[in-house]
Design a protein around this ligand. Sequence first.
Ligand SMILES: Cc1cc2nc3c(=O)[nH]c(=O)nc-3n(C[C@H](O)[C@H](O)[C@H](O)COP(=O)(O)OP(=O)(O)OC[C@H]3O[C@@H](n4cnc5c(N)ncnc54)[C@H](O)[C@@H]3O)c2cc1C
Length: 341
Amino acid sequence: MSRVLVVGAGLTGSVCACLLRREMASKVHIVVWDKARGPGGRMSTSRHSDSSCQSADLGAQYITATPGYTHTHHSVYSELLSLGLLQSFDSIIEGQKLSDGSRNYMTPRGTSSVVRHFLSESGADLVCERHVTSLYRRGASWEVETKLGDRERFDVVVLTMPVPQILQLQGDVGNVLSVQQQQQLDGVVYSSRFAVALFFPPDVVFSFSWSARYVDGSIIRYVAADSRKRNADVPGLGPSLVVHTSVSFGLENLEKDKEEVQALILEELYKLLPELPQPVGVKCQKWRYSQVLTSVPDCPGHMTILDRPLLVCAGDAFSHSNFDGCVASARSVVAALKAAL
Ligand SMILES: Cc1cc2nc3c(=O)[nH]c(=O)nc-3n(C[C@H](O)[C@H](O)[C@H](O)COP(=O)(O)OP(=O)(O)OC[C@H]3O[C@@H](n4cnc5c(N)ncnc54)[C@H](O)[C@@H]3O)c2cc1C
């Protein structure tokens, strides 16, 4: 059995682990490490400590399936739809321009439920709060070091974190990258933005009719009545609302104190929705690497950095910066591992 380490428990890493299990169970032992406290990555669903509040999606909001991806990822969509993890998103998204034949879906239990599903299907050993800092080449395997200083060896390593975080890794990664690969990775560009979740008490009912709305403001770009978006508004649980800032605001305020930025966003939100009641809780998230603006040329799905010991990078930067892009990337990693092992 080859020991495979998938770094990153976001959508790419979780689908990758799941498909490895389904297609190569007898050949691989799968381990998934993530530096965060829980899985999800940019498909993160946040809860307020008060259990009478609904959760809120801080990253990805809904899934837009194009006709092409509906066809090629048919099995993934049917699996998630049949389990109730995905549902057609039929309510109003003001300002969304949906192209011909595309369909929106939402995740009734939050976007992280999809990631958790694939991780659970993978049977992988998932370890959170394990921050990979260095990779060393040791004969036919990789020795992987974490921030706490512990080291473990793997036959194959798949890196699924955003590209700048791959390039920050110490050890031998920089030594084995070709000049062309280095240039391609250096060329990847991400947008940055802030997300704020507001959690309300159970007696609150929003006075507006939309579920989500795009805004042309310099600070706020998008607002979602998050629990309504997921058809999750039920008596006894307070609704949640999510705000995403514009990319220009994200860039301008990236290095500022989060509390200061949160105050600016909330001030703007209450100008936009003056009747909004006061929340019982607020959470602000800085997405330094939000969506990919410039991907690796020709969207190859993954990049094999070294054949032996095998080191592969994947994620939305190697495909498209959305649900289907991650699935496509994970599929291409699994095809590469099947060919190699
Ligand atoms: C604000 C926002 C809105 C979005 N809206 C949508 C949308 O509506 N629809 C849509 O389809 N997509 C949307 N996206 C894009 C979508 O969320 C991403 O394309 C997708 O989640 C990327 O998944 P990933 O697994 O490739 O990367 P990530 O989710 O970033 O996962 C990488 C993981 O690696 C971990 N990690 C990083 N460095 C290390 C390290 N050194 N050691 C260990 N672990 C590490 C991270 O903690 C993370 O969990 C949105 C993204 C954002 C941020």
